[in-house]
Design a protein around this ligand. Structure first.
Ligand SMILES: [Fe+2]
Length: 266
């Protein structure tokens, strides 16, 4: 009986006594909080509840990034901005110290390449790199999960962004199954100046061991510069809370390479 109780309360090696201060992240740069525009918050009440929980975990800046995906979520700045500003008004009343920014999560396809022809109309977010003071205007984009992005399309997208003065940011880079066994593409993106991000849910194992191990490897290689909540629903915020005991996040914080604290600054 005693042995049973001891085993019950024994810390697993992964807990290892790590206690991260989530306030050090300062900013979250990936979430779906604008009501009713994608698979994120369905209404204003849900959006405000999610924002309240993120703020209470210590985030002072939230960049919300609705999907812009030509077939599934054909959002445009004209559709998103009025709904965002309606939400922002309520956020300002309830959480006056919170900085709330609208950007987007663009899906890489030929329509995205067309949007890149008008860089002034893109939903980007600012960031000052805490390491060197470099100023960035960043754009979050993602790929399909079932097949790797077309190389030509990816190269063109990165080229167009970078020549327009935009820093490309890849969403949840450890979640793409086709890169779990071949991580050379992650290294290649990093070496091209593309910012790689990981989701909280990946770091705490919610997308499986392979995704977590890929994230861990990318962190050890110094390829990861941002950690994100990718909040769609309350369970994503549970994953953020679990980051308090994440050894991978502890390594990221210790590296001093996280861009999160510089997000929102110009
Ligand atoms: Fe997302």
């Amino acid at each position: 009986m005693l042995a049973f109780l001891r085993n019950l309360f024994r810390k697993s090696p992964s807990q290892g006594g790590v206690k991260n201060d989530l306030k050090l992240l300062v900013a979250d740069v990936h979430s779906h909080l604008v009501p009713g525009v994608d698979d994120g918050a369905p209404d204003m009440t849900s959006a405000l509840a999610l924002i309240s929980r993120l703020h209470h975990l210590g985030f002072e800046t939230l960049v919300t990034t609705p999907h812009i995906m030509s077939d599934l979520y054909p959002n445009t700045p004209d559709i998103l901005q009025p709904r965002f500003y309606e939400l922002k008004l309520e956020v300002a009343k309830r959480f006056p110290s919170l900085t709330f920014i609208l950007a987007a999560e663009y899906f890489l396809d030929t329509s995205f390449i067309e949007l890149l022809e008008n860089p002034d109309k893109l939903l980007t977010f600012p960031c000052v790199d805490p390491l060197n003071g470099d100023k960035h205007e960043m754009l979050l984009f993602e790929f399909a999960f079932h097949e790797a992005p077309n190389d030509e399309l990816l190269t063109e997208a990165i080229f167009k962004m970078q020549t327009s003065g935009i820093t490309p940011v890849v969403a949840h880079c450890a979640r793409y199954p086709y890169w779990h066994m071949d991580r050379s593409k992650l290294e290649s993106l990093h070496s091209q100046g593309v910012i790689l991000t990981v989701n909280a849910a990946t770091l705490v194992g919610n997308y499986g061991e392979l995704a977590k191990e890929t994230a861990n490897h990318a962190v050890d290689q110094g390829w990861i510069r941002m950690v994100c909540s990718d909040t769609h629903a309350p369970h994503h915020i549970v994953a953020v809370k679990e980051l308090e005991t994440s050894e991978i996040l502890a390594k990221l914080i210790e590296s001093g390479r996280l861009l999160n604290p510089g997000v929102g600054n110009r």
